[in-house]
Design a protein around this ligand. Structure first.
Ligand code: NAD
Length: 84
């Protein structure tokens, strides 16, 4: 199964993109990553997040080591979709 990483997922553009992916690509894992800065709000993702197909990751997109570790453990590869 493909996995798409959406950065800034709790922001305006990211949360709407996550919602679009969830609606249109049900066979795709959507990894919703956000640092939850002043601009991020998990409420934006309330109807999207689940532990199976759309986990939320609180993290910094600049932390390449953490992202690489996460993908090795969870998915074994690292496809990226960037926004925000
Ligand atoms: N109702 C509306 O029409 C509406 C509402 C909000 C924003 N907007 C517009 O949308 C645009 C902004 O949207 P956006 O989604 O680009 O910005 P945003 O500020 O809404 O979201 C950015 C997200 O990125 C996260 N983030 C920041 N640094 C990060 C990092 N290092 N690692 C991981 N996550 C990080 C923040 O926590 C936040 O959730 C603007 O043009 C704004 O005017 C429109």
């Amino acid at each position: 199964m493909k996995a798409v990483l959406v950065t800034g997922a709790a922001g305006f553009i990211g949360s709407n993109f996550v919602r679009l992916l969830r609606r249109e690509r049900l066979q795709t894992h959507v990894l919703a990553l956000d640092a939850l800065t002043y601009a991020g709000n998990l409420e934006n993702l309330r109807d999207c997040i689940d532990g199976t197909h759309c986990p939320f990751i609180r993290g910094d997109v600049c932390d390449a080591d953490a992202l690489a570790r996460y993908f090795q453990v969870r998915h074994g590869r690292m496809p990226l979709t960037m926004d925000a």
